[in-house]
Ligand binder design. Structure first.
Ligand code: SAM
Length: 232
């Protein structure tokens, strides 16, 4: 079966779609979706030879070559415009994810949904989504082996009202996750506490306490955590 992290990614993918998994590595995600009868067609994209071979081998072993194509290439280069309905990018840093999206904006015109699982820099990913007219319509948080993983899904938003209905100030929403906040996700307090502890440590160690930006960010997170505690 899939790991808890990849299960959370799979849960965010609408069924019966053409799904491209960019940076698929082993292609486990698409194989599991196909085996569960939830996949119309899959395209596994890999830039590196090792993982690309791995994916091809696994798809062949599962006898799913007719349903899942494994392609070698950078990011969304492996796709034709309009070919995929859903694009998944999971298990990479947030900056790598947005750089992959940035170089292929024209490939995203007809996309129904993005499913992103950044291992870090999720605030950066949310900021990118809103700035490019994508509306976050699903968020999840799972913990596996003590590590918190976030899944963010987005669909093309209303260009006239890009930030409609955000329950938090923009900068906080990027950091905290507007839907995690709205839904009072049970792991959100852990995430905020972790972030705060991390920040406290950094501030102490590096004596960054004097930098106004660092102080402001710390203050923001403290406020958010207090508010969330009141709402619990
Ligand atoms: N998506 C899988 C998961 O979540 O378990 C695999 C994650 S793995 C850590 C990241 C994969 O992305 C690697 O196999 C790497 O080769 C691939 N990758 C990195 N940059 C890429 C790019 N620009 N285009 C396609 N694949 C890329």
């Amino acid at each position: 079966g899939l790991s808890l992290r990849l299960s959370a990614v799979a849960d965010a993918i609408p069924s019966g779609r053409v799904v491209a998994d960019i940076g698929s590595d082993h292609a486990q995600l698409l194989i599991a979706l196909a085996q569960a009868g939830l996949l119309k067609r899959g395209i596994a994209g890999e830039v590196n030879e090792g993982p690309w071979k791995n994916a091809s081998q696994n798809v062949n072993d599962a006898d799913l070559q007719h349903q899942i194509q494994v392609r070698r290439g950078n990011g969304l280069d492996v796709l034709k415009v309009g070919e995929a309905e859903v694009v998944v990018i999971a298990g990479m840093g947030g900056h790598l994810i947005t750089s992959i999206l940035d170089r292929s904006l024209h490939k995203m015109e007809k996309l129904e949904r993005l499913v992103l699982q950044p291992n870090n820099g999720v605030d950066h990913v949310r900021r990118w989504l809103y700035r490019h007219g994508w509306e976050i319509d699903g968020e999840n948080l799972v913990r596996e082996a003590g590590i918190l993983y976030e899944v963010v899904t987005a669909s093309p938003g209303d260009p006239d009202q890009p930030y409609r209905g955000l329950p938090l100030p923009l900068e906080q929403a990027y950091e905290v996750g507007p839907l995690l906040w709205q839904e009072r996700h049970p792991l959100l307090l852990h995430k905020l506490t972790e972030k705060l502890e991390g920040l406290d440590r950094i501030l102490q160690q590096l004596e960054l306490g004097r930098s106004p930006e660092a102080r402001q960010r710390l203050q923001q997170l403290k406020q958010t955590r207090e508010e969330w505690r009141r709402w619990q």
